[in-house]
Design a protein around this ligand. Structure first.
Ligand code: ADP
Length: 205
């Protein structure tokens, strides 16, 4: 019996479609999606933490690890208090965290990772095009400049990709990120549906 949150990770380079898929999954009973990018973007831009976020994200850099994990903990706790996330019956779908090896270590005592969806694209340049399209659609400053996009992809390779090596290879499932949202969702659900079913059976009652 574990009192850690039963979680799955949505993993992949910026633009791979984690956010789109997370929202689709959150419409299915028993999945609770949380994105740290969304969490940071809802902050008041005049607050200290909001300013810190703007400072890092506008350069395509990551927010410092301790601060990120602390905010994540408070955010998850708030969702449980509001009964939006029910740890005993929902599978937590984490999008955008852990994003560094250090975050992985800090989160280890809080989450029990049941599986990792690694969204992969044969042609990473396709991700750059997606990000530029998103910049126009969602008015996101970090997507607008090509050098910021390139920096985020470099940060991903250098700091985030090594997170995968922290987990048992059996937990990592590659899913093709290219296709319609429905096609990609199909690939993800083939992996997550059985994990969700078994997590319900083993989560502490
Ligand atoms: P993307 O996946 O397209 O890079 P996100 O919406 O996930 O975009 O994140 C936007 C920004 O929020 C990141 O560039 C980073 O500055 C910050 N951020 C999100 N998650 C984390 C995290 N786990 N650790 C540090 N910074 C983060």
């Amino acid at each position: 019996m574990s009192d850690r949150y039963q979680a799955v990770l949505l993993f992949g380079m910026p633009g791979a479609g984690k956010g789109t898929q997370g929202v689709l999954l959150s419409n299915i009973p028993g999945f609770f999606h949380m994105s740290t990018g969304d969490m940071f973007r809802t902050l008041d831009h005049h607050s200290e933490i909001g300013k810190t976020f703007d400072e890092y994200s506008s350069r395509g850099e990551l927010v410092p690890d301790e601060l990120t994990v602390k905010m994540w903990q408070q955010y998850v706790h708030a969702q449980t208090v509001l009964s939006l996330y029910k740890p005993h019956s929902d599978l937590l779908v984490l999008d955008g965290i852990p994003r560094t090896v250090e975050q992985t270590k800090l989160m280890n005592e809080h989450i029990d990772v049941r599986g990792i969806i690694h969204l992969v694209a044969a042609n990473p340049e396709e991700m750059v095009t997606r990000l530029q399209k998103r910049a126009i659609e969602q008015k996101r400053a970090d997507d607008a400049k090509i050098d910021v996009i390139r920096n985020r992809l470099e940060v991903y390779e250098r700091e985030t990709r090594p997170v995968l090596d922290q987990f048992d290879a059996n937990l990592v499932h590659e899913v093709d990120a290219i296709g319609t949202p429905a096609e990609v969702l199909g690939g993800i659900l083939r992996v997550l549906a059985p994990i969700q079913a078994s997590a319900h059976n083993t989560v502490a009652q």
